[in-house]
Design a protein around this ligand. Structure first.
Ligand SMILES: [Zn+2]
Length: 97
């Protein structure tokens, strides 16, 4: 194996493991319960799972509903921009009375 071939293999391994690790850490940070599954899927191919993961994870949180006015709000928002409802940290629409 030449030096160039070794470098190419090393680069692919780096991308391969890096992709999986990044997806796992990102999913875990977002409290995605499928973080391990995403990481495993990412081990099987490059870069399709990464692209799918970014699209799916970035579109999540758009469909949360304000408990007060029912408008769509983003999960990370602290206040509802429509009615001013304050969201608690770790706010979960299912826990609202
Ligand atoms: Zn609202």
């Amino acid at each position: 194996m030449t030096i160039l071939e070794s470098l190419v293999v090393a680069l692919i391994m780096f991308l391969w493991i890096g992709q999986s690790l990044w997806i796992y850490l990102d999913a875990r940070e977002r409290k995605n319960r499928f973080s391990v599954i995403w990481a495993i899927v990412a081990l099987f191919s490059i870069p399709v799972p990464l692209i799918i993961y970014i699209i799916v994870s970035r579109s999540e949180g758009q469909n949360k509903k304000c408990s007060n006015c029912g408008k769509n709000v983003k999960e990370q928002w602290i206040y509802c921009p429509y009615c001013g409802q304050k969201f608690d940290r770790g706010w979960n629409e299912n826990e609202r009375i």
